[in-house]
Design a protein around this ligand. Structure first.
Ligand code: GDP
Ligand code: MG
Length: 449
């Protein structure tokens, strides 16, 4: 069965100087030729060239003056025959052109369908297809740079060479298991000759990845008791009046958030209601605390704020684990030696002493945020991995680390570990993905992509 010829606006809705409509499929040229009333042969003579034309409706009225281009298969984004129509970027013009193209036999494209066709026709692999989504979502130069590198094939190439290294090691282990008369494992020296370089390669790859990119910005939640200055800190960090600041406890109820770019990374700062020692009596205050807790639990990083005059040992031992960044605010209210000691204690715990009032420690806080998020999620310009891929990467690394332990004494187990590493690799590259998972991945794409 031939796939239908699909059409969609490739540019964003709304007004713009130019809007682009794309067609992909075997009838692209025929549909274009009818729309611009030219002989298909004439268009075919100048592939991949922009041509000025009039686009007509069925009655022969001019709908728009357009630039059109015909990209014959296989040298197109999807690998199929494709057409682009660049019209005037108003709603009415786009709708009229789209209606006419549908009328001429095109079908509306589904979400991500162009990219999916590119994948199915071998123009892109899954990581490149996902990089298309990352390019579009990139909110900073650093994020864009990482996505471009994936689109250019850097991730595919690195994964490919790692996969090859695993396959070679596995083959050598299996050979020695199947042919016991061959030289023994020790003399093969698989550890230093194969496994160690492989682990180094995997480690380097892991260091250069950026994780959890499908949730957009990294989420940094301000939490802590009421009235410690959480709202003041979010306002200072963002340079905006994001949240109300009053001397009354319980001013913040809804989680208020602001997006900003720090060190090339997009992050969302979220201010939440203070957590009181006892459950508050009021319904709204209770709901606010529940919401605050939920946001903190999902956060990439929790800035737990408390007052500077509390002794360090009073610090709430929070269950956030590696996502906790302890802050003490109102440094201006304690004396200098006290402040220095407290700051040192906090730094040892991965935290800081700040003052939202006089600004002390806030630049250090920005630097610390960047560093912590880099450690947690990888560098801002790293090769972006979706949550799905990051989980597969974790599985892969875990399997390789197990193989490191088992290789010398339990070779069969090492072979087993390497086989699970290969499975994880298949998930990572998308080679082992089920069609319905592909459906899910592409459904998050927008139409026209
Ligand atoms: N002296 C001093 N007061 C502060 C500082 N930060 C906030 N405050 C005051 O503490 C009170 C509570 O601040 P707010 O930001 O609303 O705290 P939240 O309830 O934790 O959001 C307000 O009166 C602020 O002006 C600070 O660094 N130093
Ligand atoms: Mg507040």
């Amino acid at each position: 069965m031939k796939s239908p010829t699909i059409v969609a606006a490739a540019s964003a809705p709304g007004q713009g100087a130019v809007a682009v409509l794309r067609l992909s499929g075997p009838k692209s040229l025929e549909i274009l030729a009818k729309g611009v009333r030219l002989d298909p042969k004439t268009i075919r003579l100048a592939p991949r060239r922009l041509r000025l034309a009039r686009f007509y409706d069925a009655a022969g009225e001019v709908l728009d003056q357009v630039l059109v281009a015909y990209m014959p298969s296989p040298k197109s984004f999807t690998g199929e025959d494709m057409v682009e129509v660049h019209g005037h970027g108003g709603r009415a013009a786009v709708e009229a052109l789209l209606a006419r193209l549908l009328d001429l036999g095109a079908e509306p494209a589904g979400a991500g369908e162009f990219t999916r066709r590119a994948l199915e026709n071998g123009k892109l692999d899954l990581s490149q297809a996902e990089a298309v989504a990352r390019m579009i979502e990139a909110g900073s130069r650093a994020e864009l740079a990482g996505a471009v590198r994936v689109l250019e094939g850097e991730l595919s190439q690195k994964l490919g060479s790692l996969q090859q290294a695993i396959e070679i090691l596995l083959a050598e282990i299996e050979a020695s298991l199947n042919f016991p008369e061959e030289p023994d494992l020790e003399s093969l020296d698989l550890r230093s000759r194969r496994l160690e370089p492989l682990l180094a390669q995997a480690g380097a790859l892991e260091q250069g990845l950026r994780r959890r990119v499908d949730s957009g910005a990294a989420e940094v939640v301000l939490a802590g008791p009421p009235n410690v200055g959480k709202s003041s800190i979010i306002n200072k960090l963002s340079g905006k009046q994001v949240a109300l600041v009053t001397s009354q406890a319980g001013t913040t109820r809804d989680a208020v958030s602001v997006e900003l770019e720090l060190g090339g990374r997009r992050l969302r700062l979220v201010d939440t209601a203070g957590r009181s020692k006892e459950m508050p009596a009021g319904e709204a205050d209770r709901a606010a605390e529940v919401l605050a807790l939920a946001r903190a639990e999902q956060a990439d990083l929790v800035l737990w704020v408390d007052d500077a005059w509390l002794a360090a040992e009073d610090m709430e031992k929070q269950a956030w684990g590696e996502t906790l960044l302890p802050l003490r605010n109102k440094a201006d209210l304690i004396d200098e030696t006290q402040a220095e000691n407290l700051d040192a204690e906090l730094r040892a715990l991965g935290g800081l002493l700040v003052s939202a009032l006089d600004g002390r420690g806030l630049d250090d806080l920005s630097d610390l945020l960047v560093r912590r998020l880099d450690d947690l999620l990888g560098p801002a310009d790293g090769l972006p991995l979706t949550t799905r891929q990051a989980l597969a990467m974790d599985k892969l690394m875990a399997a390789l680390r197990r193989a490191e332990k088992t290789l010398d004494h339990q070779v069969e187990l090492a072979a087993e570990d390497l086989r699970s590493a290969m499975d994880a690799m298949g998930e990572l590259t998308g080679r082992k993905l089920e069609p319905d998972l592909l459906d899910r991945i592409f459904s998050s794409f927008c139409i026209g992509k």
